[in-house]
Structure formats: structure tokens, C-alpha cells
Design a protein around this ligand. Sequence first.
Ligand code: ATP
Ligand code: MG
Length: 782
Amino acid sequence: MYSDLLANLNPEQGEAVTLPPVDQNGHAQSALILAGAGSGKTRVLTTRIAWLIQTGQVSPIGVLAVTFTNKAAKEMLIRLGAMLPINTRGMWIGTFHGLCNRLLRAHHKDAGLPSTFQILDTQDQLSAIKRLLKGLKVDDEKYPPKQLQYFIAHAKERGLRVKDIESGDDFQAKMAQLYQAYDEQCQREGVVDFAELLLRSYELLKHSEPIRTHYQERFRHILIDEFQDTNALQYAWLKLLSGHDGSRPSTQRSAVFAVGDDDQSIYAFRGADVENMRLYEKQFHPMMVKLEQNYRSHGHILDTANHLISNNTERLGKNLRTDAGHGEPVRIYEAASDSLEASWLVDEIKALINSGIQRTEIALLYRSNAQSRIIEHALFSAGLPYRVYGGLRFFERAEIKHALAYLRLLENPNDDTSFSRVVNFPTRGIGARSIEALQDAARAQQCSLYLAASSLEGKAGAALGGFVRLIDHMREATRHNTLPETVEFVIQHSGLIQHYLGEREGQDRVENLQELINAATAFIAEEGYGQDAKAATLPGENAPGDVEVSPLASFLSHASLEAGDNQAQAGQDAVQLMTVHSAKGLEFTSVFITGLEEGLFPHENSVNELNGLEEERRLMYVAITRAKERLYLSHTQSRMLHGQVRYNMPSRFLEELPSDSLKWLTPKAKDARWGGRSSGSTWNDGYTRQREYESNDFFDSGSDRPVTRAHSTLSNNVKRMAAPPRDTYPFKIGQNVFHTKFGEGRVTALEGLDTDARAQIHFKRHGIKWLQLSIAKLAAID
Ligand code: ATP
Ligand code: MG
């Protein structure tokens, strides 16, 4: 029967799936599948789980699998369900955070947490830190909250508590002291941040021998996807759980199956360390399988990716080939400005949709979130439905966070972050002074704001008492409700709905609040909570890890853990927008990588360090390899970012691509950086400077080979538009001008109307550039 599972795999994939999980001596045998993008790593990992179960080597409850996103975990469960006649519900497949949350819920007492502990997302964490600094009267200019947040996350990701941090200078010492105070505050309030989830569950396993042994014996197979992006703590966690840290004799360890691609390591800034792959090789002695067949991308796309990444020096080395044929060349487009880039994107997307491509199969990728606004605007104006991954997620919207804060207080009234968020929202006459007095009282009594509320007297005390009674009343009244009923009750009785109904633009927010009831309904259905609202457990299994958690508690964890995941609803046909980071592991028929400019991609913070640049290049490799059939790369000459117009050079990555696989939709200059400091061009060659064109959509050359066109200007080839009357422009062709950044230049072409009007200028020192006249600061100098 299991040959069915292997039927959809090539021989190397089949070999990887069926690697023996024990060696001749009966010792667990770990594995490392090292392979490039689109070679089927995730498919192999999923099939491996199915194969292990089907061949009776493990039962579903003996498997622990780690994915990079919640969405990937869901997909894996669905695939497994399709491969095997088993109920996958309750299997331990999830992200590190999701799995650790589960572990801590099951053993909250041993972990030193209240059963109702809440998870702080990054935003909540920052407000908790700000509150802490204020309470301690710490100068937040000297010790910026964000820096403290980073310090704490950084330490936790390395498994370091305050006592493990070596004392440095005064600043370090103060940060460590604040880290300690922050942890105490979290403990008091019964909340944990993301890094704490991991560290706390690591410490739980480390220090509690019976719990550790239970899970070590239970999880005989541990599988992990995207292994290259694990951090030091996650690696230690794996070592511990599998018994490879020395906590178990070599005959009793679990088999680890890791899949990864060193070329796709893109989370170093969050503490991920590709070095873990080398450590793993040394410490787990895994069997290695390389996969070299790519099933995702057509030839030109794959060649482009391979060519680019060969510029990196720090690589483990591997190849990728495809049987899919060359396919379409990679198209490159240069726009004069970001808004023109966006309108080109819209035109191109419309053409793709007309040719029958589904909107969900089109992805627009960008390096920084800030780039999405202008693209969103263009898509919106063109009436093209789109979805943003990662951006401001549903669960991060203010009104949703308010509603969740009330719900969290029902679960855990000592959660001061939630308490502070809604004590006076909607307003109930509790001013900043009263809150300060309350905070002082709570500090003095070493208790939560909720508990301290009754100690205040006077008007403030009465108002606070009213709030506390409201929370208690909501808790009591919803005790026997289903989760959606509770959500509905809370958004009504907290006054949130009425508040937003009274706001001029509150309709959207009211709809979002109502959507929260739908989200709760969907959650109950997906998680399989029955009428009796009990957590689902696997049949016949009542392991401590499968304890019952209330639907509300699970829903609140779910809301906090959705971080960065796709918020698009299944089946909704919309164009997909996301940062390159969040595109990891995904694939689309058509991909646009936008904003390929120096300073943007590669990011300006990275270009001065070799490691930084290599990480950016891996990021570009990830971006390119998301595309199956069509890949577009675009860049612009000017861009409005962070309130400033920037004139960027084209990204160096464009120069690192194989010219045979490219098709320039706009002209490319002969020299290394077109539009940049041109090698052969002099001031005198003016606008008749020779440019080499390759065939493009505007030349019907009838061949795909490069053709050379001479004496052309961008304006009469790129945009076929009637020349506007000359006096439309403030400058004339041939006129000398001065630009604050590029210095002196001469106008060599003019095109476009109104706000789209732009001039091609040949700058003495900076070569040829197109500038949008409504933005560029140009002055005539003769
Ligand atoms: P990434 O590095 O981007 O995470 P990956 O190595 O995990 O990629 P998968 O996502 O597993 O690759 O596979 C890429 C695509 O190729 C998927 O659409 C998958 O279904 C398909 N695929 C993988 N193996 C095969 C195969 N043997 N036959 C046909 N299609 C395959
Ligand atoms: Mg994958």
C-alpha cells in the first residue's frame, strides 16, 4: 500500500522518505535533506510522516513536526489527511511557538504559569515595556523601549536569563536590570511573550525530569521544515527533546528528520543561525540526501536563481535542474517613478488575468512593508481585489485588540496589558491621573491593577470599581456560553459596538467586530470543538499534552500566534501582496518582485557588510524561486519613501542575472549600471547616446534574440503616446538644469502629462535619469 505514497516522488525523494529511522545497532538515525528551493522538501517531509505511520513505525501521536508558519501546519495536516485514512486532529504539527504554547498549557503549573496565561504579541510586548519604564520612571530616551525589547528577545533567543548575562558597561547592566523587571512584571500579570514561550518550555523540559521523559518517549520522530532558519534556542530545544543533549542513552534517542536550504536562510536578524546545519551534521550524524530536481519553476527562472546565488561565497553547495523547459524569459521593467511602476503592475496583472491566470496565482513581492501602500492604492483604484499578507493583520487592528483585551480579562483579570488597554475604552471617566494612582497602588501592594482597583477611594475608585464589576459580570454571564456567544456578548456589553457606531468612520470597525464572531465560529469548527466545548483528543489517547483547554483560551492563543500568517480567506480570488520574508515556502504561477533598487533591495542597512549582503542575496533567491511560470522584476528611478523622494540606482542584483534568461521591457544600457555613471558616455553625446536594446514588448522583432537599436530615446519607444504640446513643460529639450542631488544636467526628452510629466535628463556626473517633474527639484540654469 505504501508504494502509493511513493508513486508521486522521484527516486531521491523516495529515498529520503524511506530512510531507515534506526541504524543496525537499533539507534535512532537522524537525517538531513539539504536541497534547493522547489525541490520538494516540504512534500518529502509530509510524505515521510505518512510513510512512518503507514508502515507502523510510529503512531500519529508519536510524531512531532515543526513548520515555519501556522498556514504551513494547516496545509500539512490537510495533505496528511488526504494520504492516510486517519484523523489528523490533535497531531503535534505546528510552529515552534504553537507547539510550545501547547506544552505550556498542558503543564502550566510546572512551568510556573497560571492556567489562563496570555500571549503578548510584539505590539503588546512593546506597550508592556513602555508601561514598565514609566512605572519605574526610567528615561525612555536613554533606554528606548524598542531597544529594550530587542535586548530581551535577543537574550531569550539565546536561552539567556538575566543571571546568565555577563555584566558589561553601565548601559548593559541597566538593560539587564530592566529585563529582570520586565520578566517579573510578565510573571505577575500572567503573560508570556513569543520568545518566552520557547524559553519557558525549554526550561520546563530541562528541569522537569518526568515531563521530559514523557515527551522524549512519546515523540519518537521529530521532523522539522525550514531548518536553516532555526535559532540557537530552537536548536537546543530539539536536541533536548530528542535526547541528543546527552539526557538519554544513545539507544533511546528519537530520530530527527530535518529539511532545509542554506541558500534560503533569511532570518538572521531574528537570531536564526544557518550554522545550526553544520552543528546538526556534527552532533546528530544524520544521513544526508540531496534533492536536485526542481518541480516548481521553469528553466529561465531557475537559471536566474542559480546564477544569482552563485555570487554568494558562504554556501554548502548544491545544484538544481528542471525538466520543465526554458519557459518564458524573466521580464525586467524600469519605471520613472513608483506610481508609474504601480500603474504598470496593474496593466500587466490585468493582462495576466485576461489570459486566464487566477488572481490568487499572482504575487507581488516587496522588500519592505512600506512599499505596499502605493501598490495597494493602484490595485484598489483599478478595482483589482488584493490581499496583504503579514501587514496589519485582522487580529492586530485596534478594535479587534480592544475586544480581545476584554476577552482576555475574562480569562485572566491580572493581565495588566489588557486591563490598561480597555479600562477607559470606551471612555468611562477614568482619567490618566486615576490610572497612575492605580498603578502606584498596584506596585505598592505587589498585585495586579485589577486587584488593586478596590483599594482606591473617591470618584476614581468608584469608576474603577464599576469597570471591575463589568468584567466580573461578563465573565459570570458567559460562563455557559459557546465561544461565538461569548464574543458577541462581550463586544455588546463592553460598549465597543455602541462606541464605534457613534464614530463617523466607525462602520468598518463595527463590521470587523462582527467578523470576530465569525472568526470564533470558524475557529470552533476548524478545531473540532464539540457541543460540550471540550478540546479534541486523539482516540484512545489521554497523554498529558492533550489536556483540555477552554475554547476561549485556545482562541486567544490562536489570535496571538497568527503572526505574519496569511490573512486571506481560503477561496477568495485576490492578488497576493507580501514581503519577500513572508513568501518563504510559497509558490505562485506569476511573481512580480518590485522595487529592485539599491538601498531598497539590497536594503541600505545591509550593503556595508558581506554577511548582510549575502543575506539580501538569499532573500532575492527566495523571491525568484517563488515563481512557477512567469517572473517580473521592476525598479524605478524615483520613489517616495518615508516621506522623502529617493533617487536610487538599479539593484546590483539585476547585474547578477544571466542575460540569456532576461527580457527587458524597457531599454537596458550597455554599461554595467544603466542610468548610472556610464562608462563610455560623455557629456557631449547628448540624448542620441547609443543604447542597446533587447527585443521587448514594444518591438515586434519577431525573434527572441537581442536586437540592437541605435539612436533611440526611451520616450519614443517605451510609451506610445502623442507628444504633448511643447509649452506643457516648464523646461525645453536641450535646456541645462540643476538638481539638488545630481547636480548639472541637460534635458534630453520630455513626456507624460500633468502629474505624470517627466523629463529625461543627462546629468554630467550621474548619467541619464528620468525624473518626475511634479516631484523633482529642478531649476533651469540658462
Ligand atoms: P521551498 O524551498 O521553496 O520550501 P520545497 O523544496 O519545500 O520548496 P515543495 O514546496 O515541497 O518544495 O515542492 C515544490 C513544488 O513541486 C510543489 O508544488 C510540489 O507539489 C511539487 N513537487 C515536488 N515533488 C514533486 C514530484 N516528485 N512530482 C511532481 N511535483 C512535485
Ligand atoms: Mg518548503
